[in-house]
Design a protein around this ligand. Structure first.
Ligand code: THU
Length: 133
């Protein structure tokens, strides 16, 4: 469970991260922040490329930063866009790997939380590591 202060901190971190978005093609800036079991917060923004498919979403930048720092459990993620965009399918799958039960906060650029859900709710029937035996 996250306290209201922790939610606010995560959303504000995602809001700051959105400023680092490199999105000259879509012009759709996304900021994300993940909170891990250790209580640390990792931020990310979408980074696009002239070769469009090589772009990466904000959520995956944040999640991969966390994992690369040794984190293995994501407890919550905040996503900030101008209009309450939700994580794409690929990001849902990456988040499921490290936090199927993670809380997902969808916020806008004013920092208002528009939707509070979970990775499990966003990705029913997720393919998880257990399936591999
Ligand atoms: N995008 C994200 O960063 N996260 C999502 O989950 C949805 C989409 C980015 C990818 C691309 O840079 C831009 O938003 C428009 O699709």
């Amino acid at each position: 469970m996250l306290t209201e202060e922790q939610k606010e901190e995560l959303v504000q971190t995602a809001l700051q991260a959105q400023k680092w978005s490199y999105s000259p093609y879509s012009k759709y800036a996304v900021g994300a922040a993940v909170r891990t079991a250790s209580g640390r917060i990792y931020d990310g923004a979408n980074i696009e490329n002239a070769a469009y498919p090589t772009s990466i979403c904000a959520e995956r930048v944040a999640a991969f930063k966390a994992v690369f720092e040794g984190e293995r459990e994501i407890q919550a993620v905040a996503v900030v866009t101008r209009n309450g965009g939700t994580p794409c399918g690929s990001c849902r799958q990456v988040l499921a790997e490290f936090g199927l039960q993670a809380v997902v906060l969808i916020a806008d650029e004013s920092g208002t939380i528009l939707q509070e859900t979970s990775v499990a709710e966003l990705l029913p029937g997720a393919f998880t590591p257990e399936k591999l035996g």
